[in-house]
Design a protein. Sequence first.
Length: 258
Amino acid sequence: MSAKRISLLAFPLLITLLFGSAHAYFNITQVNTTVVLSSNTTTASVIETFYLYMSNASVNVYAQDRSAYNLSLVDWQNILKTTQLTPHILNPRFSVSKLTFLPGSIIPQGSGADALLIMTYSIKNVTTVDEIAPRKFEYTFNDSVLNFEHTASGQALPQNVRFTLVVPKGAQIVSISPLPDSPPPNFVGNYTNVTAFSWYAAEPLYRFSFSYILTQSLQGEVAAYFTNIYTNDKEYIYIGIVVLLLLSAAYIYIKFLS
């Protein structure tokens, strides 16, 4: 085979390789941010799921990095060349805690591959709480913790982002603005027996508000009372226990050993 013919055959292969390398990339196609609100604290748990698409040329890179140890969230932001891989619920006064990040396995998709990236963490003071009646508490979502796309009018959800709030069972919704995209209200305009509310499709969030009422059971009230006593006076409780033990030891010594 002549050198000219070999070069003619090799040229398309070279173009293909160069074209494939030029189009090697990562792309986060969808983000789901779910905030699980608590019934007895203003701290919330957050679960974020990132749907990642990668070209065939990037599969090996992702596989190697996934098997590496001690890669931080910043490292993954640099690897994937994206700013979307970040906590979308942030309190300016408190850092995230219990942060975990799990890059999922590769799912081949013909011309490329998909993977799920899951990030979980906890955030303090996501809500504020006021006692409005005996054993009735109103929780209000703190919109300053939202960390989505900033626009000229304020924050808004990008097209590929879904934001979900999960309230405790039995919560009575007081106000929601803007109205969630899912679920729709029932015929009287209320949300009965609904615990998950979602916004998506570029929903503006610059006037976001969300509040609900929880009624505490009598058992819960008693438990909270003793928990508060322990939290506020635990030093005195410890001292009392030590004094009681010393008195018991002294009584035993005097009664049986002296």
